[in-house]
Design a protein around this ligand. Structure first.
Ligand SMILES: Cc1cc2nc3c(=O)[nH]c(=O)nc-3n(C[C@H](O)[C@H](O)[C@H](O)COP(=O)(O)OP(=O)(O)OC[C@H]3O[C@@H](n4cnc5c(N)ncnc54)[C@H](O)[C@@H]3O)c2cc1C
Length: 373
């Protein structure tokens, strides 16, 4: 039972954000920037953010050549360019807001490794570079085949490599700690271990929250639901599919030959250096049924595929050891456009960020805060 004081001071907020991933925290920060006097509360079911934002690979990217070719085919050139703009602006916002040092932003560029069957896409580099000129006046993509051997990749398999100088990498843990710290400094309250079970709309929104085995009721003038793949539990009809991503990190490797972010097979596999380690993830496409899940667990079959690719393509002939593996949950839809929706006058949704939420998350937070007025 709540005390008189608890009821007066802890159960009513002007705005409540559900989920403390990059979108939830960015939304809360943007709301507070717009309404410094408003009370803003973030409710997070985990002890720390527990979805994708603390578990990603830390690519600060906006799409590889083959991904962008596929996006223009699926979405049309205009919508696909809009999406690239949104990612690029999101990255700028993230970097400006937190500072490059705080998130350990490093710009070593990004590369796509092309196999024999993908070489035809090289004919379209000029077309894609022209299409990108509204955002990047100088050509973005260029081939760098000389680096295949220099980086130690298997030249029998990797037949070409395309470089993008605008790609960077961040320390995901530092980014999320910085966002949490900034939110707290701005006076945003963050409650962890607080799982939202349901929302009921009356003159305000009544939020039922389970914490420590007890159910609480909190009311809010407006609510932003930023729970990405987990949104289906609150809004079952939403058009999104969860997708699990599995990532490995090696122990430090002596004389690691490459630095940068790397994409393989339209981004289904991705790897980068983290200091002198390799972070490598992907393989979801091979086990779609098992990986369409919100269960944060390791699938050993995926781990084995990743190890095989390290042996055959990325680190052939090198000695390495796996230090750690983990899983995180993304949300996907029929195209890569995120869901940004006014569900009612008081409830707003932002979800389905796919595999580029680091890029687009800050922008989406700004947009949802704008919709809330
Ligand atoms: C393995 C992996 C690698 C990735 N690599 C990259 C990359 O390199 N670059 C990139 O740009 N993107 C990457 N992504 C994608 C990116 O991480 C996501 O798009 C982004 O983090 C999504 O942010 P979000 O805030 O929408 O969702 P999330 O981070 O999933 O946040 C949702 C939050 O809501 C909370 N929550 C859920 N339900 C409730 C509830 N009922 N009550 C209270 N809280 C709730 C969850 O615990 C979670 O903290 C990767 C993702 C994964 C999984």
């Amino acid at each position: 039972m709540l005390s008189f004081w608890e009821k007066r001071s802890f159960t009513r907020y002007d705005r409540v954000v559900i989920g403390s991933g990059i979108v939830g925290l960015s939304t809360a920060i943007s709301l507070k920037e717009r309404h410094p006097k408003a009370s803003v509360l973030v409710l997070e079911r985990g002890l720390i953010p527990t979805g994708a934002s603390t578990k990603n690979a830390g690519f600060a990217c906006f799409g590889s050549l083959t991904e962008l070719l596929e996006d223009t085919r699926l979405m049309g050139e205009e919508d696909a360019l809009h999406l690239v703009r949104s990612r690029w602006e999101g990255l700028r916002k993230l970097r400006d807001r937190l500072g490059d040092d705080a998130i350990d932003y490093q710009n070593h560029g990004g590369y796509e490794l092309l196999f024999e069957k993908e070489l035809a896409c090289l004919d379209q580099i000029d077309t894609i570079n022209r299409w990108l000129t509204p955002l990047f006046p100088s050509p973005v993509f260029q081939t760098r085949n000389d680096r295949v051997r220099a980086f130690g990749f298997n030249p029998q398999v990797v037949r070409s490599m395309v470089f993008n100088p605008h790609e960077g990498q961040i320390d995901t843990g530092k980014m999320m700690r910085s966002l949490l710290q900034l939110a707290r400094e701005m006076g945003i309250e963050i409650r962890t271990g607080a799982e939202v079970l349901s929302l009921q709309e009356h003159s305000e929104v009544d939020i039922t929250v389970r914490s420590n085995g007890h159910d609480w009721s909190i009311s809010a003038g407006q609510v932003a639901v930023c729970t990405n793949a987990f949104t289906l539990a609150l809004f079952p009809g939403l058009p999104l599919d969860p997708g699990r991503g599995i990532v490995l990190v090696t122990k430090p490797i002596k004389d690691l030959k490459f630095k940068g972010t790397f994409h393989i097979e339209q981004g289904y596999y991705y790897f980068r250096n983290f200091n002198d380690r390799v972070i490598f993830g992907g393989g979801r496409n091979l086990f779609r049924e098992q990986e369409t899940t919100t269960r944060i667990e390791i699938n050993e079959q995926v781990v084995n595929v990743l190890k095989q690719k390290l042996d055959d393509i990325i680190l052939p002939g090198s000695f390495y050891e796996i230090d750690h593996a983990w899983a995180g949950i993304m949300a996907f839809g029929k195209d890569k456009q995120p869901i940004l929706k006014k569900h009612s006058d008081k409830i707003f949704l932002a979800a389905r960020l796919g595999g580029m939420g680091v890029a687009i998350g800050s922008n989406l937070g700004e947009q949802i805060a704008g919709m809330m007025g």
